[in-house]
Design a protein around this ligand. Structure first.
Ligand SMILES: [Ca+2]
Length: 232
């Protein structure tokens, strides 16, 4: 934090499921920024430069707000040459859908309601189990294929679904809404960690293989907007 950033801020989206205003005295301004996708498009997205390692376990967490549904609205798409659906997190109509290495699951957890939600998806390849947490509460559990490992070094894109590495976008699969706090870990986080994270947006989480800073430092295309959620 730069000295000039010190001071008292009022931030939004700091509490699970509720877009409240809250005063904070210490905040990492950059990490509190929100990415806004204002329209359905094939042109608006972020390419993350940091490369993911191979992963047998995974936790993806993010904050999201959207009221725009279709059969696919993509928050995160991770593609490798052998499989452009290596890992995807999207909303399918109004609910959250997880796809890992060739198998997918509709959690039926409602996320499209125009409200801010803290969402985490965990996955473990030994049991093939995936769990969805919404606003710090365990909401659903599903089964994906056992055994596969997410490959390293692929293309990670925020806001579009890749049908080839780095491209092949479709308008109706683009995300429309706001995202913040995207983090990825190569382990399965537990309920206590996730619950605490959902209540402490003013203390930004830090994924060990991807941080929100990595996302907003990525290459922005089209009309992606980066907005401050905190005002001094
Ligand atoms: Ca597609």
């Amino acid at each position: 934090m730069k000295t000039s950033d010190a001071g008292k801020y009022t931030c939004t989206a700091v509490s699970a499921g509720v877009a409240t205003s809250k005063s904070v005295t210490r905040v990492t301004i950059k990490e509190m920024r929100i990415v806004k996708f204002t329209r359905e498009s094939v042109t608006d997205y972020i390419v993350v430069k940091r490369k993911l390692p191979a992963m047998a376990r995974l936790t993806v967490c993010l904050w999201m707000m959207t009221s725009k549904s279709s059969s696919m609205r993509t928050m995160i798409s991770y593609a490798v040459p052998a499989n452009y659906n290596e890992m995807i997190l999207y909303n399918h109509h109004k609910t959250l859908y997880v796809h890992v290495v060739g198998s997918g699951w509709n959690s039926r957890v409602l996320v499209v309601d125009g409200q801010w939600h803290h969402i985490c998806a965990t996955w473990d390849n030994s049991a093939g189990q995936t769990v969805i947490y919404k606003d710090g509460v365990r909401r659903a559990q599903g089964s994906l294929k056992k055994g596969p490992v997410i490959k390293s070094g692929g293309s990670l894109i925020i806001g579009q679904d890749q049908d080839k590495v780095g491209g092949g976008f479709q308008k109706y699969q683009s995300f429309v809404g706001e995202l913040t706090g995207i983090n990825i870990w190569n382990r399965v986080l537990g309920l206590n960690e996730i619950s605490a994270m959902s209540k402490n947006r003013e203390i930004p989480a830090s994924g060990n293989v991807l941080t929100w800073n990595d996302v907003i430092s990525g290459t922005k295309y089209g009309q992606v907007q980066i907005i401050d959620s905190c005002k001094k």
